[in-house]
Design a protein around this ligand. Structure first.
Ligand SMILES: [Zn+2]
Length: 639
């Protein structure tokens, strides 16, 4: 035997002996050893002389419990291989290559590390799990903020690790030699140094949140980073359709999520189906919801989009030039007034968009919608004012007016000669369908559906005979009309789907804002009052979009309006766009004259109209948004 071979042999023998001794000590000794003697089992580098007796090696002393930092202790349960860290201390000792943790001597026997939930520990010290080659799981408290250098050095079997929301720092080489296949990053602003072995290149990193820097930085270094979906929003809250298809588009947060494949669902496939691309096919009248779920493992579900299948198709052309629209008086709809036009003009084109002028036919009039024939003779419903805005339709009576107080939704049915039964039946069917839809949308009882003639009789309208004079020709009256609406409401509403998914969502203030009594900003004319200040980050309950850049919301028991621009409402309506007229205009910080002029805008500059002051001393000024800042301008300088 040559000398070098004999040396090698003795090393091998020594290694076997030391390990078997260790294993025995493990199985037999159930007592906690409290000796403080420093010992190590890795004696393999020391050659053992041939004369030493292999049956009696030096028994190593191993401490299975002890101190792990100020007010922190460790305890190793040898039965299940769990290392426990407990105590009231907040900081674990940062160990080093020369000063390895006391449990390092039996690191390969540790299968799980458990940081007691009660502990206030905020860090995983350097080298904490170093060489735990059989470590499979680590449990730690949510208070954890940082991970030390080489903390997971050579952990070959750690299957997955979640870096929770509070972890904001990971030191270099934290995962050197580790083979962890998956790390979940829950803190969107966690900045990891991807250099060196902080996180191995073979590790898949799932990032939850919207941090783009982590993504870019990781990609530069070739890491396999997957940006997970944190939320999915469907582009519309509801769709009213009539025997047709519509495509639902999902919007993702973050928009650069790695895997945007989703699975689509319908709550009632008899009413509408949805295919793998979000294409909705309408089957029969009724209401159902469609939604989608992520498939990237983030387990996110979108909001439910309501599909209302009716016999009418609702189109929209808002009459922004009509003086009624310009007045912008908000209403909380309390009922419906059904009108008919009183002239032989069944085609919609007589009114839409002809009435999109300040005074149609020289009169201050406007309703919320028109029902009549399109150019091909098919019936359609066109909405021309937001339903939450007062219209000028019914005039007034001794008790008041259904235009304002209480505000009713009003629509005109385009009359023909009134003696075409087919056309009448079609109008009757669509008008009652439309009313059923409005009743459901605004939770209105069918008893609150009336006609212009009815409004007059109730004391809230001018003396007109519509639509009753037309119904009468075919032996019908408003009671018949209301009963048909009632039946249609039931036909849709008996579907239990309508009851679900009606929870109001919360929206958050992006900056300090106010809940206003009206959907205008007018603290000067005092026609809209500040009901409540909402500080940045606070949430309010979203009730509905007003389709004019404003939303109707609730906070505690107050209801009012907020500007969509100031909230996180992703798909809220935008303000009306206006241009500056040929003379140009000035922006003012207050509607109070030259002293407050700040900037001149030249001809055709675009601004967004937030509101117009129509009352009080400051009448004549409008509140506008220009380059994301708010100013006042003189109303007559916009077009
Ligand atoms: Zn009328």
């Amino acid at each position: 035997m040559n000398n070098s071979f004999s040396k090698l042999l003795s090393i091998v023998i020594a290694t076997v002996i030391v390990l078997s001794t260790f294993t025995t000590a493990f199985a037999v000794d159930n007592e906690e050893e409290v000796s403080t003697t420093e010992t190590t089992v890795t004696t393999t580098t020391e050659p053992v002389t041939e004369s030493s007796d292999p049956t009696e090696p030096t028994k190593p002393t191993i401490n299975y419990s002890g101190v792990a930092g100020e007010n922190l202790r460790y305890y190793f349960n040898r039965n299940n291989g769990t290392l426990h860290i407990s105590g009231i201390g907040t900081t674990m000792k940062n160990y080093s290559k020369k000063d390895l943790p006391p449990w390092h001597s039996f690191a390969s026997n540790v299968k799980a590390v458990y940081v007691n939930k009660a502990t206030n520990l905020t860090n995983i010290g350097s080298y904490m799990c170093a060489d735990m080659i059989n470590l499979q799981n680590i449990y730690y408290s949510k208070k954890l903020k940082s991970i030390g250098k080489c903390a997971f050095l050579n952990t070959k079997k750690l299957t997955a690790l979640t870096l929770n929301q509070n972890i904001s720092r990971i030191n270099v080489d934290a995962f050197k030699g580790s083979k962890t296949p998956l790390i979940k990053v829950m803190n969107p602003s966690l900045s990891i140094n991807f250099g060196g072995y902080t996180i191995p290149k073979t590790t898949k990193i799932q990032c939850y949140g919207t941090n783009t820097p982590i993504y870019k930085y990781a990609r530069v270094n070739g890491n396999n980073v997957i940006l997970m979906i944190s939320s999915i929003t469907l582009n519309t809250k509801e769709v009213v359709c009539k025997e047709k298809t519509t495509t639902v588009k999902a919007n993702f947060n973050p928009s650069i999520a790695t895997n945007k494949k989703v699975q689509w669902f319908t709550t009632n496939k008899n009413i509408a189906t949805v295919d793998s691309k979000g294409k909705v096919k309408v089957k029969k009248k009724g209401t159902c919801y469609v939604y989608c779920k992520s498939t990237d493992g983030s387990n996110k579900t979108s909001n439910k989009m309501k599909i209302i299948v009716t016999s009418f198709q609702l189109y929209q052309y808002i009459f922004t030039n009509n003086n009624c629209y310009k007045e912008r008086t908000a209403i909380d709809p309390k009922g419906i007034v059904v009108h008919s036009t009183g002239e032989n003009a069944p085609y919609l084109r007589t009114y839409v968009p002809a009435w999109n002028v300040p005074k149609p036919g020289g009169r201050e009039v406007c309703v919320h919608a028109f029902l009549g024939k399109n150019s091909k003779g098919k019936l359609e419903v066109w909405q021309v004012l937001p339903f939450e805005m007062a219209c000028w339709g019914v005039g007034g009576g001794p008790k008041g007016s259904y235009n304002y107080n209480p505000g009713y939704i009003q629509f005109e049915c385009c009359e023909d000669s009134k003696y075409n039964r087919t056309y009448f039946n079609q109008v009757y069917d669509e008008a009652t369908d439309f009313c059923a839809y409005l009743c459901l949308r605004y939770s209105l009882p069918y008893t609150k559906v009336t006609s212009h003639a009815g409004a007059c009789a109730e004391g809230y309208g001018s003396a007109h005979g519509d639509i009753d004079h037309w119904l009468k020709i075919y032996g019908k009256n408003m009671n018949d009309f209301r009963n048909t609406v009632k039946k249609k409401i039931y036909k849709i509403d008996k579907n239990p789907d309508l009851k679900s998914g009606t929870k109001h969502k919360k929206i958050k203030a992006k900056s300090d804002m106010y809940v206003w009594s009206k959907d205008i900003v007018d603290e000067y004319g005092n026609s809209s009052k500040k009901l409540q200040k909402i500080s940045k980050g606070r949430e309010v309950t979203f009730l509905r979009d007003n389709f004019n850049g404003w939303s109707y919301v609730q906070i505690s028991n107050k209801k009012g309006y907020v500007q969509n621009n100031l909230t996180n409402l992703a798909y809220g309506s935008k303000y009306v766009k206006k241009k500056v007229n040929y003379k140009g205009t000035y922006l003012y910080t207050k509607p109070c004259g030259n002293k407050y002029k700040v900037k001149f805008l030249s001809y055709n500059t675009r601004v967004q109209l937030v509101s117009t002051i129509n009352k009080g001393k400051k009448k004549g000024y409008s509140y506008v948004c220009y380059k994301n800042k708010y100013y006042y301008v003189k109303t007559n300088t916009l077009y």
